[in-house]
Ligand binder design. Structure first.
Ligand code: G6P
Ligand code: MN
Length: 445
């Protein structure tokens, strides 16, 4: 079997430790010869790198080379896969995005509403620069990108790297939702073959087929999920705000009688409610900084200090299920031509017949050595078509604003965002974001 060289871009991220455990756990079907962590934050990166050395010494000694570096050439030479999970401006800028939105009466969320817009304008240049560097040193590598806000980032990479079919944009939210369905029905995610349409963080499941029999579980799931249910999930989604998000799915299912919604639709379908639920002085960014982020790095420090992990009080469970596994599923599909179905953010090209061919939609695709091949979705009903077209126009204008440095387009983008709407609010938001994002955003004229 081939052994792969992978680079985690944004290696110092709080998501990396789970990713590493998952890679240990998946070594039989996706063996590594080399792992590289690349980040621009040297200190955190060193800690993560040292942690990786300890973890792999105990759980993955077969890996020949462990590299952690802030140098692009060293990081991106000789890699088969780049897994990209960067956060331009880190959580401090997420806090700024969310709080500025709240100050102007709009919901504060990292990928939805005005926060997603501000983040998009930072994320796109950072992602684009890194992809250019990767292409310099490993022109044939697969780039699996799940940097947020994925919808906007995907629209930009489609335009800037036109014929590069080896850049794949994917999000884990549908995966986490399917894990929930599986748990509720006593199955596993891999028992399902989903059908889904929409944009990233803005889509609906239309069928949850049994992968073997073809039975559609969606009707029974709809009935069960009309009321919040208990289900087993991983630590992140056990946090109170995620619990509340998953519970809110029930409200959406009661209000809309067809499909099963992505959790993020709560922000667009009930923006006032979501605004009122949030604390303008303590947003999700604060929760993450004080909670998950802190715990993660403290844990790393302890492991590095101890110099071993297996059997210690800080041990990981390499056999535990982890939804990040889908990344290895995807990489394996690309490498071994499994032709499994994934929900991918890709150019529509006629899959959804009554939507723009160039739209970056999130739809089921077969994945194999030739990359991503979208399935036919057909026509979507008027309500969803209207919602999607409005949201996509916002995403497109955001990328236009970035590429042209246009204040007008940025303002129009915000007016189209369902969480903003008013022109005066859009202007006020934009003016505050421009000040806060100095050095990250292109200049808008
Ligand atoms: C889900 C989404 C991601 C998001 C992540 C964490 O997995 O798909 O796009 O970044 O949740 O969100 P949080 O608010 O917990 O940082
Ligand atoms: Mn996502």
């Amino acid at each position: 079997m081939n052994k792969y060289s992978i680079c985690i871009v944004g290696g110092a991220s709080r998501y990396t430790p789970d990713m590493l455990t998952m890679l240990c756990n998946q070594k039989d079907r996706f063996p590594l010869r080399k792992i590289v962590l690349y980040d621009n934050e040297e200190e955190r990166q060193n800690l993560m790198g040292k942690y990786t050395e300890v973890l792999f010494k105990d759980y993955y000694p077969e890996v020949e080379e462990i590299v952690y570096t802030t140098d692009a050439k060293e990081a991106f030479s000789d890699i088969d896969f780049a897994l990209m999970q960067i956060r331009a401006g880190r959580l401090e800028m997420r806090e700024s995005d969310e709080k500025i939105a709240m100050k102007h009466g709009c919901l504060g969320q990292e990928t939805c509403g005005p926060g997603g817009f501000a983040y998009g304008m930072r994320s796109v240049p950072a992602v684009v620069d890194i992809i250019k560097e990767i292409r310099k040193y490993s022109p044939d590598s697969w780039i699996l990108n799940y940097s947020n806000p994925a919808a906007i980032v995907a629209e930009a990479t489609k335009r800037i790297f036109k014929d590069d079919h080896k850049i794949i944009n994917i999000c884990d939210m549908p995966i986490a939702i399917m894990d929930m369905y599986a748990n509720v029905l006593g199955k596993t995610r891999k028992d399902f073959e989903p059908r889904y349409f929409g944009l990233n963080h803005f889509g609906w499941f239309t069928n949850i087929y049994d992968a073997k029999t073809g039975h559609d579980y969606l009707p029974e799931l709809r009935e069960i999920l009309k009321e919040p249910v208990e289900f087993k999930t991983e630590a992140l989604f056990e946090e109170p705000s995620w619990k509340s998000t998953f519970n809110f799915m029930s409200q959406m299912i009661r209000d809309y009688d067809e499909y099963l919604p992505n959790t993020y639709l709560q922000y667009y379908l009930y923006p006032n409610k979501m605004y009122k639920k949030s604390d303008p002085d303590y947003t999700r960014a604060n929760e993450v900084m004080d909670g998950n982020e802190k715990i993660t790095y403290e844990h790393l420090e302890k492991v590095v200090e101890l110099g071993r992990i297996k059997g210690s009080e800080y041990d990981v469970d390499p056999d535990a299920g982890c939804h990040a596994e889908y990344i290895v599923d995807l990489a394996t599909a690309l490498a071994n031509n499994t032709k499994e179905i994934f929900l991918i953010i890709t150019e529509n090209k006629g899959s959804i017949e009554n939507l723009d061919r160039n739209m970056m939609v999130e739809i089921p695709c077969r994945v194999g050595v030739h990359g991503v091949e979208p399935l036919t979705v057909g026509e979507v009903p008027t309500f969803y078509k209207g919602m999607i077209e409005n949201q996509y126009a916002y995403e497109k204008l955001t990328v236009d604003a970035y590429m042209e440095g246009s204040y007008q387009k940025a303002m129009k983008a915000l007016v189209l965002n369902r969480a903003v709407i008013n022109t005066d609010v859009a202007r006020a938001l934009l003016d505050d974001y421009i000040v806060a994002n100095k050095g990250y955003w292109p200049e808008l004229k």
